[in-house]
Design a protein around this ligand. Structure first.
Ligand SMILES: Cc1cc2nc3c(=O)[nH]c(=O)nc-3n(C[C@H](O)[C@H](O)[C@H](O)COP(=O)(O)OP(=O)(O)OC[C@H]3O[C@@H](n4cnc5c(N)ncnc54)[C@H](O)[C@@H]3O)c2cc1C
Length: 377
């Protein structure tokens, strides 16, 4: 008999949706509740590393992701004027040598692909609500929802992101994510190059990654004193200021942001916060997934990747163990090292950037982590 008959997933982000799809493949009756009635994340671009492409193939959505997104096999490293200094090939993940080195896609497009796959897999999706209370005993978890309905589940998966409400039930003493000292800026720009491209300025590093046949997203990180509020009306000008020292393609983007001639740029700013929580990641029949337990800065572009990998590992362990406690311990035990590698290496890269530290060390930390992440799960 299967270890669990039914499961409730709180949070319909990448982690929650992939968990729903993988559990449905085992015949588990899945309900997914998502607080956002539109089920739509911010309109920014996201990079999908080689290992993440491999994980998405296992989920079953890779063809759509490659069809609607962009991909590349090398990174051009350029000077501030846009001239290419060196081109670095990206090796695909092991066991996925037929796939591109990396890909990119608009977040809402990825969410749409996974959302359709979640529903096609037969999960019940309930939007615009969350849980009000949860009470567990040996046999299940009784959940009351904010719309007055209720249900009883063999397992509850908290996949409700970095500011998780489910986490308060599992780890009540956790103080919350910590500000990393950097802010992230994003904009959607025309695709002018084949490869992913990084522009090394004296004080700022900017990059563009393809997200479709015609578009890239621009990313810049800046050093900040705190998680200060910045009025969104100011974001295009603030981003333009950060691009001051660049010529070439990035200089053109800066000028267009200033002139207001890129109305679809969808400029986004986010202060970066994160954490790496020690396992185990469950209490009884309630378990945490994705950013709830390992929220990273974007330096390795792998936060969504480890949320998806966590969903694969969790479903796999639930599918092959005989005891729930053993499955949930094995999930955290197997997934912890990869998640920690992403969070700590990304954090170190951010520290080096803030201190104006060694480019060699920055590159070494990134290469070492990328090489380790190519290994199979
Ligand atoms: C600026 C930035 C850039 C990034 N770039 C990349 C990148 O290029 N590549 C990459 O792999 N990763 C990237 N990441 C990391 C990535 O976005 C996250 O790691 C990933 O989204 C985590 O997925 P998740 O499912 O755990 O959480 P989320 O994606 O945050 O999903 C959580 C979901 O739960 C819902 N929710 C929240 N609370 C409740 C509640 N109480 N009840 C019901 N629903 C709830 C939310 O609405 C949301 O839909 C980036 C992160 C940042 C901040």
């Amino acid at each position: 008999m299967a270890l669990i008959q039914n499961a409730l997933i709180i949070g319909g982000g990448v982690g929650g949706m992939c968990a729903a799809i993988q559990l449905r493949k085992q015949g588990v009756d899945v309900t997914l509740v998502e607080r956002n009635p539109d089920w739509a994340p911010d309109g920014a671009g996201i990079t999908i590393s080689g290992p993440t492409l491999r994980a998405l193939r296992e989920v079953g959505v890779l063809d759509e992701v490659l069809r609607l997104g962009g991909h590349w096999n090398a990174v051009d490293v350029c000077g501030p004027d846009g001239s290419v200094k060196v081109t670095v090939p990206i090796l695909p993940a092991l066991g996925a040598e037929d796939l591109p080195g990396a890909g990119g896609i608009m977040r809402p497009v990825l969410a749409d692909i996974l959302g359709h796959a979640t529903q096609a897999a037969g999960a019940t999706v309930r939007l615009g609500l969350t849980f009000e209370s949860m009470l567990q005993d040996e046999g299940g978890v009784d959940v009351a929802f904010t719309d007055g309905s209720s249900g009883r589940y063999d397992l509850v998966i908290g996949a409700d992101g970095v500011h998780s409400a489910v986490r308060k039930l599992v780890l009540p003493d956790f103080p919350g994510p910590k500000f990393s000292g950097q802010g992230s800026w994003r904009a959607v720009v025309p695709r002018l190059r084949e490869n992913s491209t990084i522009y090394m300025g004296r004080t700022t590093k900017a990059g563009v990654n393809p997200i479709s046949a015609t578009q890239c997203y621009l990313f810049v990180l800046d050093k900040r004193e705190g998680m200060d509020f910045i009025d969104s009306a100011l974001w295009p000008e603030k981003l333009a200021e950060l691009l001051e020292e660049f010529g070439g393609q990035v200089g053109d983007i800066r000028d267009a942001l200033r002139a207001g001639s890129m109305p679809d740029a969808k400029v986004l700013y986010r202060p970066l916060a994160g954490h790496m929580i020690n396992g185990p990641w469950h209490r009884g029949r309630i378990v945490l997934l994705g950013d709830t337990v390992h929220a990273t800065t974007p330096h390795l572009a792998s936060g969504a990747g480890i949320a998806i990998e966590g969903a694969l590992v969790l479903a796999e362990e639930l599918g092959r163990r005989h005891y729930l406690e053993g499955a949930l311990l094995a999930y955290a035990g197997r997934h912890y090292d990869r998640a920690r590698l992403v969070v700590t290496a990304s954090g170190r890269m951010g520290q080096i950037e803030q201190a104006g530290g060694s480019l060699e060390e920055h590159t070494a930390v990134m290469r070492d982590a990328q090489e380790k992440l190519r290994a199979p799960l």
